[in-house]
Design a protein around this ligand. Structure first.
Ligand code: AMP
Length: 281
């Protein structure tokens, strides 16, 4: 696997396989099976796969979260190599932000209004700034994003359509641990008790969905029931549970089984913030 550390190395690597279809997987490292599933999806669709590892400062609204972000570079490189990834791009801030660490401004047309957009101001601008910079440098044919960060995926699709980036955005299903917990780089920060409790995020949401009767429940009563069930888990504190339209990401007024919709949740599990989302209809 090629290690690319400069724009010149990237240009050389790109020119060697100009005619090959290029898949791109942006990550912040601390890789797990969920990231590797994105690599495999890229490999199934493209001739070459490039993974970037870069912890993007402009998408962190708390300096503490940025400082605490896990770094497991040696293991990450081994895992990507073992997966048959063609190249890893390891840029620094000067390459991605030649004019200084500033996020661009975007109009996400309301996609950023709720959920992660409410509690993490500036997060999506920072994310979209770095992703579009990557698109500009790498010019991939496909870019793979996980449904684990469903709002991020929706926003990237909107930016690509609006700014006419010639890249296909490919969604990847959420990879879960055997007990249902969505894989995340943050899971490694959970204590043994918290790790056990964290599995309840999936199982309690899943159980609420299985009992959902769209005629009798409203999104509000459903969200209240989910919040109660999750807050009953000792180490869990709910930040939000929201039922939204899967395309517009606007909160639902009522359930409509003919409209694709999802439930989104963010909780504190001990000191670790975890997110998940599941389809409703
Ligand atoms: P991150 O390194 O957390 O920025 O994630 C990089 C990419 O991996 C994003 O597109 C995430 O949505 C995706 N990802 C992270 N965890 C999972 C998971 N459990 N299942 C599927 N995709 C994931």
């Amino acid at each position: 696997m090629e290690h690319i550390r400069s724009i010149e190395e990237l240009a050389r690597w790109k020119s060697e396989g100009r005619e090959k279809k290029l898949g791109f997987v942006p990550t912040m490292g601390a890789l797990h099976e969920g990231h590797l599933s994105l690599v495999r999806l890229s490999q199934s669709k493209c001739d070459r796969t490039l993974v970037s590892i870069y912890v993007n400062p402009t998408q962190f609204n708390k300096a503490e979260d940025l400082e605490k972000y896990p770094n497991t570079l040696e293991e990450d490189l081994r895992a990507l190599d073992a997966q048959g990834c063609d190249a890893v791009f390891l840029p620094d801030a000067a390459m991605l932000y030649p004019d200084g660490l500033e996020a661009r401004s975007f109009d996400f047309e309301g996609l950023d209004r709720y959920m992660e957009g409410e509690g993490r101001p500036g997060h999506f601008e920072g994310m979209a700034t770095v992703v579009t910079r990557f698109f500009d440098l790498i010019k991939p044919d496909c870019a793979i994003f996980g449904e684990k960060d469903y709002q991020q995926l929706s926003i990237i699709k909107q930016v690509v359509a609006k700014e006419r980036w010639p890249v296909e955005i490919v969604p990847a299903a959420i990879s879960r641990e055997p007990d249902g917990l969505a894989m995340s780089s943050r899971n490694m920060r959970l204590t043994a008790y918290e790790r056990e409790d964290a599995a309840q995020i999936f199982s309690r949401l899943q159980s609420a969905i299985s009992k959902l009767n769209s005629q009798e429940s409203t999104p509000e009563t459903f969200e209240t029931a989910c919040i109660k069930a999750l807050n009953a888990v000792p180490t869990i504190n709910v930040e939000y549970v929201r039922c939204c339209d899967a395309l517009t990401l606007q909160p639902l007024d009522q359930f409509d089984a003919s409209r694709s919709s999802r439930v989104f949740a963010a909780v504190q599990c001990g000191k670790v913030r975890l997110i998940d989302n599941l389809p409703l209809f």
